[in-house]
Design a protein around this ligand. Sequence first.
Ligand code: A3P
Length: 297
Amino acid sequence: MQSSQPSQACTDLISSLPSDKACQKHFQAHNFDIILVTSPKFGTTWLKAILFALLNHAKYSDPNSERCHPLQTRNPHDLVPYLEFQLYLQQEDPDHTTFASPRFLATHLPYSSLPQSTGDSNCKLVYLCRNPKDNFISLWHFTKKMMLKENGNQTPLPECLDKFCQGLSMYGPHWDHVLGYHKMSLEMPEKVLFMKYEEMKEDPCVHVRRLADFVGCPFSEEELRGGTLEGILRMCSFDNLSTLEVNKSGSRWTRVENKSFFRRGEVGDWVNYMSAEMGEKIDGVMEEKLHDSGLKF
Ligand code: A3P
């Protein structure tokens, strides 16, 4: 997505590469860990917020408590660290003992690059993916913002599209990322939950209940009657999160502004930036790559 001039973001990325190795070598998954997996711009921020709220809802459900919910004052990325960035980028073997149980972590790593211990333990993987056309446009906007901030030039959209269709993306081709986890979710449904951004948007109640059951904190009948599920969805909605002060003005450890994680949050926004022909180009590649899998976007 960038011009030929290496940017700060690119330099940061390169310097982060050994951290993948550190994380593979040292990360010990525990049986009760929950790891959210996405590729960039699949809707990570939203699902981090929802899962965080689900896993902690008992702690913050007392209406008489004055305790403010952490999502009101902190960005979801500061509450749920990435294995390969916040944890293993800064230290080779970070201290995990301060984490609450179950530990809730995130990663963008493809299935084939996950630390060995995730497969050896009974930890659970929640995978969220997104329609490749919206994913591409979301990536395009995010990169543009980063480039502007660093006074760099954004590569024209058609060129970026070519690269995307060749599979030149930060964590590998969109289809490989998705297929790797889709396959594992079919083979081990108790270990890998496969979710789609579009399905979450269409029927969030159904999918968040599914998610709650999967991570072992199902809603009780009383909670359902009392509107706990709707409360979580409201708190984690685009409209709520994007208007919180912390998400309007804060920035993260990477110097990325929190507001850059909230753009439109809509399904089908690609039509506003790509011609039908460009859309067909992505569709063509995806059909070819996914055709045996039964997976459709
Ligand atoms: P758009 O660029 O299409 O608006 P990630 O969190 O993986 O970086 O993905 C960012 C995408 O998720 C952006 O998509 C962003 O607007 C959207 N998003 C962020 N918070 C959201 C929320 N609470 N609900 C729905 N979508 C959200």
